[in-house]
Design a protein. Structure first.
Length: 122
């Protein structure tokens, strides 16, 4: 059955459903424009997802959602966080590699520097 929600609303709905599965309680889940990241989680419990995440593969969306929601349990990327990611998102390490590349390429295109590296700009 096709959802009647707008894509960003559907993303938020999926994040809320995943929060129930992970047994976390975000104060707010926002979907908004983000230039450099796919998502973030504040210490106050606000989870923010990039609005253009809706254009990505659903499995990648699930990875980002779970990643940010798990920060409500573990704020760092230490061993416990990685163990939780492995338990809840099989194959997350491959998705982690994808997570970084598209955002840096998008940022480069917006800045007008197609293949510049950080060292070359300094």
């Amino acid at each position: 059955m096709k959802s009647s929600l707008y894509p960003t609303q559907e993303l938020r709905r999926r994040a809320l459903a995943e929060a129930v599965k992970l047994r976390v309680n975000p104060r707010v889940i926002r979907v908004q424009d983000m230039r450099r990241k796919w998502g973030s989680c504040s210490s106050a419990g606000t989870v923010t997802l990039a609005s253009d995440l809706v254009d990505q593969d659903p499995h990648f969306q699930d990875f980002v959602i779970a990643h940010e929601l798990l920060h409500l349990r573990v704020p760092t990327h230490g061993r416990l966080f990685k163990a939780l990611m492995s338990a809840h998102v099989p194959g997350w390490r491959e998705l982690e590699e994808q997570r970084v590349l598209p955002r840096t390429e998008i940022a480069r295109r917006r800045n007008g520097t197609r293949h510049a590296t950080r060292e070359a700009r300094q």
